[in-house]
Design a protein around this ligand. Structure first.
Ligand code: NAD
Ligand code: MLT
Length: 310
């Protein structure tokens, strides 16, 4: 029987071409749980992005499953221990969308600094208000990077070109590595106290969930602008809304939310909050790279070949 590759979310057409000749490629909406579980019953491989949960129940529903492929970076929607316990390989595309994600964080940061989104919406409503949307320059400001991994580094390198002073919190990075990048490693307390902008680039883990909560937001430099294009919940949404309401936080740029998809949040009420629907990886380039990378890994895995690091 031809092995079945189940595609549970949007995948670049070029990636589907890689698989279509050798495999029975099927599609399902990964957010439709009953449909997903039913389709997994015959799947040899499943390809997901961030909206489909491949947890222990999903693995158990897939007796033929040999590989779970995540067309992107974060693996927080895949229960890797449950898959591994069943002998199911998990692959991702860890560098496919890092440039796009870093660029998205910068787009949000600049938009928050210059009120781009609110001013655009106002002008389209017929309001020409220049004074109301006076912003701030980024040059000379202190930018705090939380999580100096692949995306954090790309973000920092790009922000350096704006003439910012860069500090970072990442207890797993050597100070010498940060120094090479022109970034000073500091504790979280110092980063919160000193930063004019904070950008989060962490994975979602039990340790990082709610890392920036009420207590942390009480200690920030007044007026700080916070960017999160990593994962919803790393900055506590309720605490952020309270800090915005008090003016302690001067603005936020958010690409990710605790609940996704979502079209309602108390954060949407603030003019100085710019939001996007998890678009960090949504570029033609990143989708081609992520799709092709996981399609090749799935093909090798199902053909019993060695799967090199993506
Ligand atoms: P990475 O693993 O290269 O870097 C993560 C960094 O976080 C590492 O340097 C690690 O040491 C640090 N870290 C881990 N736990 C920490 C903690 N408790 N405190 C401080 N630092 C900690 O990952 P990456 O490629 O840079 O991606 C980061 C995250 O961005 C991904 O896990 C994913 O959730 C998210 N992401 C979002 C989008 C999007 O579309 N918005 C796109 C790609 C990635
Ligand atoms: C990722 O972790 O790669 C991102 O969240 C992007 C995505 O899921 O498309």
């Amino acid at each position: 029987m031809t092995p079945v590759v189940l595609i549970a979310e949007e995948l670049a057409p070029a990636a589907i071409d890689v698989l279509a000749y050798d495999f029975d490629v099927r599609h399902v909406d990964g957010t439709d749980r009953p449909a997903l579980l039913a389709a997994l019953a015959e799947a040899d491989a499943v390809i997901v992005r961030s909206a489909t949960r491949i947890d222990a129940e999903a693995v158990a529903a897939a007796p033929r499953l040999k590989v779970v492929a995540r067309a992107g970076v974060g693996l927080d929607n895949v229960d890797v221990p449950a898959a591994t316990a069943r002998g199911v390989m998990v692959v991702n595309a860890p560098t496919s969308n890092i440039v796009s994600a870093a660029e998205q964080a910068i787009a949000l940061l600049l938009s928050v600094a210059r009120h781009t989104s609110a001013a655009s919406a106002a002008l389209k409503r017929g309001e020409w208000k220049r004074a109301k949307y006076t912003g701030v320059e980024v040059q000379g400001k202190t930018v705090g990077v939380v999580g100096l991994g692949r995306i954090g580094v790309l973000f920092a390198q790009r922000m350096a070109a704006f003439g910012t002073r860069l500090i970072a919190y990442d207890p797993y990075i050597q100070p010498a590595r940060a120094a090479q990048l022109g970034v000073r490693l500091v504790g979280l307390d110092e980063l919160l106290r000193e930063s004019d902008f904070i950008s989060i680039h962490l994975p979602r883990t039990p340790e990082t969930l709610g890392l920036i909560g009420e207590k942390e937001l009480a200690t920030v430099k007044p007026g700080v602008r916070i960017i999160n294009a990593a994962r919803g919940g790393l900055v506590d949404e309720r605490a952020l809304a309270d800090a915005l309401a008090e003016g302690r936080v001067g603005g936020a740029g958010l690409d990710v939310f605790v609940t996704e998809p979502t079209t309602e949040s108390p954060l949407f009420a603030f003019d100085n909050v710019v939001v996007t629907p998890h678009l960090g990886a949504s570029t033609a380039e990143a989708q081609d790279k992520a799709g092709l990378s996981v399609a090749r890994s799935v093909k090798l895995a199902l053909q019993g070949e060695f799967v090199p690091d993506a």
